[in-house]
Write a protein that binds this ligand. Structure first.
Ligand SMILES: [Zn+2]
Length: 149
């Protein structure tokens, strides 16, 4: 059984596939969800191969993007940044049936907006695992765009 968090994530990915046209080839309904264990991206355009990540959040107010958003594992993110690799991210904010989609292109990302978090304690199930946070305060007025419904 998928967890509540997994269901939230898959609902955001499905929304992107249904509603968003591909930023690269401009075609609509070409995004397809990638398998859950696919590491670098969540959706792919099956016309041009454009890859993007999708981050889905429960928010009381979907009109307002949070300054900090929990990301994924720090190590692969750090390695990709060291190679100058960034993936576009869709942030899907959800409050029941109210939803808003924000888009951050790879061009507007830089190492400063990825903040490593404390590694998990030795008592944690995944002891030593380290995640990161997106610091969106750096891009809210410069790069992050809200997409039309
Ligand atoms: Zn495309």
């Amino acid at each position: 059984m998928p967890t509540t968090k997994q269901l939230l994530g898959s609902s955001g990915e499905t929304l992107i596939c249904k509603r968003c046209s591909c930023p690269k080839c401009k075609r609509s309904r070409t995004f397809k969800r990638l398998p859950t264990n696919f590491k670098c991206a969540d959706v792919i355009c099956d016309f041009c191969g454009f890859l993007a990540q999708v981050k889905t959040l429960n928010r009381r107010n979907v009109e307002c993007v949070p300054q900090r958003v929990t990301g994924a594992a720090w190590e692969p993110q750090a390695s990709r940044m060291a190679s100058g690799i960034y993936f576009p991210v869709y942030f899907v904010l959800v409050n029941g049936s109210r939803r808003a989609v924000y888009y951050l292109s790879a061009d507007h990302q830089n190492p400063a907006m990825f903040k490593p978090r404390q590694p998990l304690s030795s008592q944690a199930r995944r002891a030593g695992w380290q995640g990161f946070e997106y610091d969106l305060s750096l891009v809210i007025d410069a790069g992050l765009v809200r997409l039309a419904e």
